[in-house]
Ligand binder design. Structure first.
Ligand code: HXC
Length: 261
């Protein structure tokens, strides 16, 4: 499927592989790329053959080196705000896709690139990856929800340090502060990402989907509301064939075979 100028998209046995593909600009996100991502997210949301999404960047050097600076350079205040809102809406859509989304961070994930990675459920970094929110070096703040998602992922103090200094950190430091889930050797990144996707796909699909919804809903609300939401999704699992299969398989000491029903 190649209806996109700036994205590559392939389906590989249940995995939807999305590659941001503007290597000459280190995969920087311009308006057109954001619009394409928005469209692709809609297609993926409706495609029940896709169980897990992996998102990566084209080339050896960058995941995404940020929003496109040349395109932003002459924006007015209103245009800047609208551009930020577009990216925020697209990243919200990615965060709330029914399928789990794994970012395979193959290189620079700066500014909008770090923000894109943070909108994914899980981040696996190549040992060559670099992360940062260097917006203050350009006279701007993050605008694709980086101030919000970074603080939620790494806490108030560490996020403020990264935001105020614009420091770029390596993959091991990103792992240490909880910005990424795993670090893999550069040449094993996609193998490690696929292995995680396959493990997730072997679990009960509806339960996985409900876990995602419960975490996302819960983090946007207070504990009491989140816990109440969990009780509802937990109850819902007992209406699935997969709950019967999962528990029968345990009792019968065999491996469960889930149908996503
Ligand atoms: C546009 C970019 C770009 C970007 C790199 N390029 N990043 N173009 N927007 N964000 C282009 C360069 O201009 C260059 O084009 C080519 O990609 C290769 O980059 P180089 O700088 O030559 O590579 P290198 O020396 O290896 O340095 C890599 C780098 C550097 C450290 C990643 O490119 C860099 O600092 N990029 C900007 C990172 C950044 O500040 N990101 C945050 C953007 S603000 P030519 O044509 O010269 O070959 C942001 C805000 C989000 O993301 C919210 C918006 C609402």
């Amino acid at each position: 499927m190649s209806e996109f100028a700036n994205l590559l998209f392939e389906k590989q046995e249940g995995i939807g592989l999305v590659t941001i593909n503007r290597p000459k600009a280190l995969n920087a996100l311009n308006q057109a790329t954001l619009e394409e991502l928005d469209k692709l997210a809609d297609l993926i949301a409706k495609d029940t053959d896709i169980k897990v999404v992996i998102l990566t960047g084209s080339g050896e050097k960058a995941f995404v080196a940020g929003a496109d600076i040349t395109e932003m350079q002459h924006k007015t205040a209103i245009e800047g705000r609208n551009f930020g809102k577009l990216g925020q809406a697209v990243f919200n859509k990615i965060e709330n896709l029914p399928q789990p989304v794994i970012a395979a961070v193959n290189g620079f994930a700066l500014g909008g690139g770090c923000e894109l990675a943070m909108s994914c459920d899980i981040r696996i970094a190549s040992d060559r990856a670099k992360f940062g929110q260097p917006e203050v070096t350009l006279g701007i703040t993050p605008g694709f929800a980086g101030t919000q998602r970074l603080a939620r992922l790494v806490g108030k103090g560490r996020s403020k340090e990264l935001l105020y200094t614009g420091d770029v950190i390596d993959a091991n430091e990103a792992y240490r502060i909880g910005l990424v889930n795993k670090v893999a050797a550069a040449d094993e990144l996609m193998t490690v990402a696929r292995a995680m996707a396959e493990k997730i796909m072997s679990r009960a699909p509806i339960a996985v989907q409900l876990c995602k919804a419960a975490v996302n809903e819960g983090l946007d609300t207070d504990l009491e509301t989140g816990v109440a939401y969990e009780a509802e999704v937990f109850g819902l699992c007992f209406a699935t064939a997969d709950q019967k299969e999962g528990m029968s398989a345990f009792v019968e000491k065999r491996k469960a075979s889930f149908q996503g029903k």
